[in-house]
Design a protein around this ligand. Structure first.
Ligand code: FES
Length: 381
């Protein structure tokens, strides 16, 4: 622990998210990569990533997520997993499953990978293709989910819910059940990156969210009655909450992201903020974590404004999400408008009203998608 900055004791980072690449074969309109991801073509090489892993582990990090983009496009993934295992990390691969095959699962298992999480876009191939921009991906994902389980891993599936697939939650859960999933995360889309750009076409209505939550609860009861252990987690969209989430457990509190080009960020969306972030190679991770201006900017509560400053909940929610506050208000130090006490709460109410007024499930073809090799936006269809 350190008290160098007079904000509060700064603990070590517990989580390291290694965003190995922004490259991805899919085109999801809610991708959390930066809109201008194509500006960051240079990726850290294997040695640089190994150095990051060593530094983070020496600082005390124990959980390591490999993500992207699609981390499987990195041919050195197995090398990095093996080094992470040697260092004593608990490792998690966060993947679309596209680019995986039996041989690669075996290689990753041999390298010591602990956990694999595969994303699904929809219950049926047509919707999955419309969302991911790939006609083949859905079948590949189902095959890989089964192969991951056959290799002895728990099957952990993640589905991002939005207005075009949320009404299918019953079929989605049935599909996960049929696949033999051990855990399913029904993660409502949150509005950063490409999702923020596409918010008008993605945000479900309140009625949709409530129906989906109810269906999920009914599934929990049915699964329990069958003695089937499949953990179902339903994450409500921030826009339908009354209090903000304690994003990342607090800015610079437990979570550290290293972006493909070596930028060190307190969260995967921080690049959207009007701030500059240090890079590995220029400074040590330890120096960045404890002493950089970027990591200290929103630690503690001295930076907060009213109503957060005098709020009894400020140490629980840390004034909410800095990225969301900035994307909605233009001020990264503002109260997250998700909070019902925020003076800018009307921004959330407005988005909710717009989502409620639109015909449900229409307009997927109008979503702006990322393009795999550059950031030129294009319209589907
Ligand atoms: Fe950046 Fe919440 S996503 S602080």
């Amino acid at each position: 622990m350190s008290e160098r900055h007079g904000v509060e004791a700064i603990g070590a980072p517990l989580w390291l998210l290694a965003e190995l690449t922004y490259r991805c074969p899919l085109q999801c309109p809610y991708c959390s990569n930066p809109l201008d991801f194509a500006r960051y073509r240079d990726e850290l090489d294997t040695d640089a990533w190994i150095d990051v892993l060593r530094q983070a582990r020496a600082m005390g990090a124990v959980q390591l997520g490999f993500s992207g983009g699609e981390p499987l496009v990195r041919r050195d993934l197995e090398t990095l997993v093996a080094e992470a295992r040697r260092l004593g990390f608990y490792t998690n691969l966060i993947t679309s499953g596209v680019g995986l095959d039996g041989a690669r699962i075996e290689a990753l298992r041999e390298a010591g990978l602990d956990h694999i999480q595969i994303s699904l876009q929809a219950a049926d191939p047509e919707m999955a293709a419309a969302v991911a921009g790939s006609a083949k991906a859905h079948a590949a994902k189902l095959a890989m989910a089964r192969a991951v389980k056959a290799a002895g891993y728990p099957m952990v599936l993640n589905v991002v819910l939005h207005r075009h697939n949320i009404d299918d939650v019953d079929r989605l859960i049935a599909l996960c059940d049929e696949l033999g999933a051990d855990a399913v995360e029904l993660a409502s889309c949150q509005y950063y990156g490409w999702a923020r750009l596409n918010r008008a076409g993605l945000l479900p209505s309140r009625a949709q969210v409530e129906r989906a939550e109810e269906v999920t609860q009914q599934w929990r009861q049915r699964l329990a009655a069958r003695g089937r252990e499949m953990r179902l987690l339903f994450v409500v969209p921030d826009y339908y909450a009354e209090r903000p989430k304690a994003c990342m457990g607090g800015w610079g509190a437990i979570f550290l992201t290293v972006a493909p080009d070596g930028a060190v960020l307190p969260c995967h969306s921080a690049r959207e903020l009007p701030m500059s972030f240090p890079r590995v190679g220029d400074r040590s991770l330890e120096d960045i974590w404890y002493a950089s201006e970027a990591f200290n900017r929103f630690r503690g509560d001295a930076w907060m404004r009213e109503p957060c400053r005098g709020c009894s909940e400020r140490h629980q929610d840390h004034a909410g999400c800095r990225c969301q506050a900035y994307l909605l208000t233009g001020d990264p130090a503002a109260t997250d408008p998700v909070c019902s006490k925020s003076p800018k709460r009307e921004l959330i109410e407005l988005a909710r009203a717009e989502a409620g007024d639109k015909p449900e499930g229409r307009g997927i073809e109008a979503l702006v998608s990322r393009q795999s090799r550059n950031s030129r936006t294009f319209r589907r269809g």
